[in-house]
Design a protein around this ligand. Structure first.
Ligand code: NAP
Length: 306
């Protein structure tokens, strides 16, 4: 059985990397990655850049993504410098942009800026999302709407803008980062499960409508991934998480590099005949994970303490 590739916990580049795919796989392509300043999105940006791609990383917090557009320029802002780390480790260009996926005018301005900088965009990765644990009965209307707005409407907004501004006339590839929450109806996750299930449906609709323009659209659904905000927020107590994980088919958490490799496959010419698909990369976890109903009781006592 293949060993997982090495990874690091934080939002840092890998100290060493061994190519499994051809290093030129995405040579001189440009990828626009929402949520590319942290977690899984950051590692997707790094792995794409290690395969020759330039990237645009876009999220709300400019300090998270901001630093320099080209490698080896001095940073404009100290601190959270995802783009500088990425460019420094890979020698490829990384353009950091501040943008809320919920605001179409901001998305349009960001895509215009990216096209001005690079002259093209070949790949869109919709990775921005928000999530937290909450029982459906305690979830505010606004909280449900917020998650739908970021995950589902945000994915549509960015896809729609890129379609109009570039993909319709040049073709392109879209990979939507979703989840398996809605496959079985996970407790405490009605908001995110509904939002991600809607994105998987959107993947199929857009694959059908945009296929004739040579646009491929697929979803990648990760399982529990170490070193991510998602796992920190949703993983629950360490002991119960490791019980669930060791009972799953591959008996371990996934890591960010493994997810990035699956996304790289979908975004690359290796998947040239793949569209409208949902690739689950979770070590088989959704087949065996408990549905979380026990967690409802834990959550009630936990919230009572707040
Ligand atoms: P993360 O680091 O929190 O990534 C989420 C990113 O989305 C952040 O960079 C955030 O940056 C950005 N974002 C949030 N709201 C936004 C908005 N309104 N507009 C623009 N950007 C926004 O979490 P992660 O765990 O790596 O998750 C990445 C993706 O994988 C998500 O789609 C998640 O649902 C999916 N996933 C993760 C796991 C896991 O185990 N971690 C499992 C299944 C699926 P700003 O705060 O700066 O905006």
């Amino acid at each position: 059985m293949a060993q997982p590739p090495p990874d690091v916990e934080g939002d840092d580049c890998l100290p060493a990397y061994r190519h499994l795919f051809c290093p030129d796989l995405l040579r001189d392509k440009v990828a626009f990655i929402t949520g590319g300043g942290s977690g899984i999105g950051f590692r997707i940006a790094e792995i794409f850049m290690r395969h020759g791609c330039h990237t645009v990383i876009a999220s709300r917090s400019l300090p998270r993504v901001l630093t320099v557009i080209r490698p080896l320029q001095p940073p404009k802002v100290p601190g959270l410098q995802a783009a500088r780390k990425l460019a420094g480790a890979t020698g490829r260009r990384c353009l950091p942009l501040s943008m809320d996926v919920r605001a179409p005018p901001a998305v349009m301005a960001a895509v215009d800026q990216a096209l001005k900088e690079f002259g093209r965009i070949d790949i869109l990765i919709n990775c921005a999302a928000g999530n937290f644990l909450c029982p459906a009965g305690a979830l505010s209307f606004n909280a449900f709407k917020t998650v739908m707005d970021i995950d589902t409407s945000g994915t549509f907004n960015v896809s729609r803008v890129l379609y109009e501004k570039f993909f319709r006339d040049h073709g392109g590839v879209i990979v939507n980062i979703t989840a398996t929450l809605g496959n079985r109806g996970q407790a405490l996750q009605v908001h995110a499960g509904s939002a991600k299930a809607a994105v998987d449906a959107m993947t199929r609709h857009l694959a059908v409508e945009w296929g004739p323009q040579n646009i491929r659209v697929n979803s990648l659904a990760p399982g529990p991934i170490s070193g991510t905000e998602g796992l920190r927020r949703l993983g629950g107590p360490q002991a119960s998480l490791s019980t669930k994980v060791t009972a799953s088919p591959l008996q371990r958490l996934g890591n960010k590099t493994e997810i990035a490799h699956s996304v790289l496959y979908l975004a690359s010419p290796l998947a040239s005949y793949v569209t409208g698909a949902v690739l689950v990369a979770d070590g088989g976890a959704w087949l065996t994970f408990p549905n979380g109903v026990k967690g409802l009781a834990d959550f009630a006592s936990f919230s009572a303490k707040l």
